[in-house]
Design a protein around this ligand. Structure first.
Ligand SMILES: C[S@@+](CC[C@H](N)C(=O)[O-])C[C@H]1O[C@@H](n2cnc3c(N)ncnc32)[C@H](O)[C@@H]1O
Length: 227
């Protein structure tokens, strides 16, 4: 049985994890942050093509998936795989996503919410226009090593490393590299030194980029090609 996320709501209705004492996304501009950090940091949408596979640590409200779906007009289907230990209750997800309705293509939020409400069990299959998505429920340190896939781009979106160190352990960063296709990439809102070093040691050429909003830096990288 998975444990659901315990949520509180800040003054501007941003979801906050009670377990990790951290916000799911930037309270002022969650969608802007998703676009800047996760799309921009992976050079998307420029690299997208049918069959392109995005993977994510930390599904949360599904906002990053929606930001991706919003920029994909086909032809063909993208693949998206996320790893989440504490799935949100459908009502919490609906409340979290409501403020973004006017900023995303019509129907995307509704498609995600309808899929999420139907999905259950350890592997949740979600269907959005142009995207086949799967969410593996459980601690990513256990579920990712068992995953047979390799992603073209990773969204590394645990809570802040100081509050959620489990999501940034060096062994998990090595699993990210092992589950990345040749020439694949990652992006993350954090530029914490130990995270960047772990990703570099795992085989990524890591760069520090300007962060979103008040955050000075974020990080991104490409898997180094072995000769
Ligand atoms: C910053 S939030 C993700 C936000 C999300 N990407 C979105 O678009 O809303 C971090 C997520 O990581 C999840 N998480 C924390 N520790 C985890 C672990 N060990 N394994 C898998 N997921 C974990 C949390 O439950 C939370 O949903």
């Amino acid at each position: 049985m998975s444990q659901s996320a315990a949520i509180s709501w800040t003054g501007n209705d941003t979801p906050q994890s009670i377990r990790f004492n951290d916000a799911y996304y930037n309270p002022e501009a969650g969608l802007g942050e998703a676009r800047h950090v996760f799309l921009g940091g992976n050079d998307l949408p420029a690299r997208l093509r049918a069959g392109f596979h995005v993977a994510e640590l930390g599904f949360g409200t599904g906002l990053n998936l929606l930001a991706l779906a919003d920029v994909w007009e086909g032809p063909g289907t993208l693949r998206f795989t996320s790893f989440e230990a504490f799935p949100l209750a459908p009502a919490d997800m609906a409340r979290a996503l409501a403020p973004f309705a006017g900023a995303l293509r019509a129907g995307l939020i509704e498609a995600l919410l309808a899929s999420w409400a139907r999905a259950e069990g350890p592997l949740r299959l979600l269907s959005l226009p142009g995207i086949e998505a799967k969410v593996h429920i459980g601690d990513a340190r256990e579920t990712l090593p068992r995953w047979p896939g390799r992603a073209d781009a990773w969204f590394l979106d645990g809570f802040a490393p100081a509050r959620n160190p489990q999501m940034w352990e060096a062994t998990l960063m090595a699993e990210i590299a092992a589950h990345t296709a040749p020439g694949g990439s990652f992006a993350s809102f954090t530029a914490a030194g130990h995270v960047r070093r772990a990703l570099a040691e795992a085989g990524f050429a890591v760069t520090r980029l300007p962060g979103f909003g008040r955050k000075r830096h974020m990080s991104a990288g490409r898997l180094e090609q072995t000769p």
